[in-house]
Design a protein around this ligand. Structure first.
Ligand code: CTP
Length: 402
């Protein structure tokens, strides 16, 4: 995700400095080349060696260290950065940068960079609400500096309130978003994900092997590219994507209700969910006890949510771009093409769920994308994150044409 991205991570002196280690781990795991600058105060909280070991790069601390200056130099470091992050950002560093003070390695490099700068502030609640701090933050925001706001909670200083550093996952997401082209700004995208669960009684249900990974990857990718995202999700074990409106549902009927409640404002609907085609005709209110050696459950058809959207009369409203998924174990393209036309879709992602490295419950996928106009695109084995990017590229290209 961040391969070939050079990120400068400035660490300031605050108790939250240790959380920058976790952020560094997330950034390097995603492939970023991270260069750390620590203020003098930061080194009182965490040893530079920790950052050096985890980033595999020397840590910069002194502006006037001539040996380091000859080798890298704060200006060349600033020039080569794709993104500059300051985590945690103290009231002091934000005040200094807002006032144009450049008196150490960190402030000088921030001043010299042309890269986007993202601050994640952390401080005492009274400092955070102090009008001087507020004015400094507003000034920097107006100049295009990015902020990941702190959250409320119990602070290390003993106070309760706003000022707690946002979680490393949230800051990581802001970094990825800052480095992502915003080609979905102004668009609203509804994604469905995961399985549905059709209850038999309070103890049992019918479901399928969908993990939700593909739908969540699509929701995250669309959000990073600037879209407003509504994620209607069946039960999954996945972390909630940052910045996305999540609507949790259980059954196909609940999923249909949630989709219908949001579809009017959507430009695109992507139905990655594996919806159960049938539900038990009745749900027993108490646990069904075993009696005979065999048992039957009467099932009734669930509504086809996607086909419903394909056949719907949108009146004067714009019809959303409809994307389906076809989970197949045989005759992949033929079955998917049939669903594309029968459900009146604009595009369908056909995947063979019988393969071990594609489909349900794995991090990779391979697919054939089929389009209403007869076109198709073959996507060889790739991560679900990458496939999400390719699917969105295709949608964007077609939205531009419509
Ligand atoms: N879908 C839906 N509502 C259903 C069943 C499916 O919206 N009740 C959507 C899925 O979210 C997916 C597409 O239709 O985008 C195709 O789903 P899939 O399970 O592959 O096929 P089905 O249409 O259910 O047909 P079959 O099970 O016979 O293959």
């Amino acid at each position: 995700m961040l391969v070939n991205k050079k990120i400068i991570l400035g660490v300031c002196g605050g108790i939250a400095a240790y959380k920058a280690i976790e952020l560094l781990r997330l950034l390097t795991k995603a492939g970023a080349d991270v260069h750390i600058i620590m203020t003098r105060a930061a080194q009182e909280f965490v040893a530079p060696l920790t950052f050096q070991t985890l980033s595999s790069n020397p840590v910069h601390t002194e502006l006037f260290n001539l040996i380091a200056e000859r080798e890298i130099g704060h200006i060349s470091l600033a020039d080569r950065a794709d993104l500059f992050m300051v985590v945690p950002a103290t009231a002091n560093i934000i005040g200094k940068i807002a006032a144009g003070i450049a008196d150490d390695m960190l402030t000088t490099t921030v001043m010299a960079t042309k890269a986007p700068v993202l601050f994640a502030p952390a401080m005492n609640v009274n400092m955070f609400t102090n009008p001087i701090y507020r004015e400094n933050e507003q000034k920097l925001r107006a100049l295009g500096y990015l902020f990941e706001a702190p959250v409320s909670g119990s602070l290390a200083c003993g106070w309760e309130g706003e000022g707690k550093l946002a979680s490393p996952e949230v800051i990581f997401e802001a970094a990825v978003a800052a480095l992502t082209k915003k080609d979905l700004t102004g668009r609203t995208i509804l994604v469905t994900a995961g399985p549905t669960r059709e209850e038999i009684d309070p103890v049992r249900y019918i479901s399928n092997h969908s993990s939700g990974k593909m739908g969540y990857a699509l929701a995250r990718a669309a959000r990073r590219r600037g879209a407003q995202v509504v994620l209607v999700t069946g039960p999954t074990a996945l972390a909630t994507p940052v910045g996305v409106t999540v609507v949790p549902v259980m059954s196909a009927m609940e999923m249909q209700e949630a989709v219908m409640a949001h579809v009017a404002v959507c430009d695109v609907v992507i139905k990655a969910a594996a919806v159960a085609d049938y539900r038990p005709a009745t749900r027993n209110s108490t646990k069904i006890k075993k009696k005979a050696d065999w048992a039957t459950i009467e099932l009734v058809r669930n509504p086809d949510i996607l086909a419903g959207l394909g056949g719907m009369d949108y009146g004067l409203k714009h019809r959303p771009f409809l994307v389906g998924f076809a989970a197949e174990t045989d005759a992949l393209t033929e079955n998917a093409a049939k669903k594309l036309s029968e459900k009146k879709l604009d595009m369908i992602v056909a995947n063979d769920v019988s393969q071990v490295d594609a489909g349900f419950n794995v991090d990779t996928n391979r697919a054939v994308l089929l389009f209403k106009d007869g076109g198709s695109t073959l996507c060889e084995l790739m991560s679900k994150e990458q496939l999400a990017g390719t699917i969105l590229d295709q949608i964007i290209a077609r939205l531009a044409e419509s």
